[in-house]
Design a protein around this ligand. Structure first.
Ligand code: ADP
Ligand code: MG
Length: 173
């Protein structure tokens, strides 16, 4: 198995944290679509959204996804990557898609412990737990639709990574 591994899920579910560990374990490259976008444009996600709106950002996000997709690469995607059908189809066809599933309370607790507010504007301007619930309600069906494997991301990062490795090994058979 050498096709790319795409990690999907809401902000705070651990795509960056777990993805880096997973890449080490697999001896794969690690890429983050948000970081790629920042490198290419020289702007933060917040800057891009301010200048081009969410629609402009989503367009660039699709370009980033396609640019970083490569064999032997673990790809952490932006939380909204699944919104576009073209992204969901691309990921499913090109590689293995892993949904890191966590509930709104856990996500909100992680994000308020480490608020990277400059990284990404909140989507609604409302309290973080409320916003996470709302976002999950809209997106859970899309994460499920896109994913080959659903992993409980509310465990320690090493356990999450181990379960992904096991799921990848099973699907390799
Ligand atoms: P994402 O890339 O999906 O937005 P991150 O990997 O940046 O998420 O994680 C968000 C925050 O949650 C970070 O502070 C990280 O240390 C923490 N975190 C990530 N995964 C876990 C986990 N499995 N258990 C506890 N904390 C975690
Ligand atoms: Mg991340």
């Amino acid at each position: 198995m050498s096709s790319p591994v795409f990690l999907i899920g809401a902000r705070g579910c651990g795509k960056t944290t777990v993805g880096a560990a997973l890449a080490l374990a697999l001896n794969y490259e690690f890429c983050d679509t948000d970081h790629h976008l920042q490198q290419v444009t020289g702007k933060t996600v917040a800057d891009i959204v301010a200048a081009e709106g969410w629609e402009g950002f989503r367009q660039r996000e699709t370009e980033s996804l396609m640019a970083v997709s490569a064999p032997q690469t673990v790809i952490a995607t932006g939380g909204g990557m699944v919104l576009a059908e073209i992204n969901r189809r691309f990921m499913r066809e090109q590689g293995q898609v892993i949904w890191l599933q966590a509930n709104a309370a856990v996500l909100a607790a992680r994000l308020s412990a480490y608020p990277q507010s400059a990284q990404r504007p909140t989507l609604t301007g409302r309290p973080i737990t409320e916003e996470m619930s709302e976002v999950l309600k809209q997106r859970e069906v899309l994460y499920r639709d896109a994913a080959h494997h659903v992993i409980d991301a509310m465990q320690a990062p090493e356990r999450v990574a181990a379960q992904i490795l096991a799921a990848l090994a099973r699907s390799d058979r």
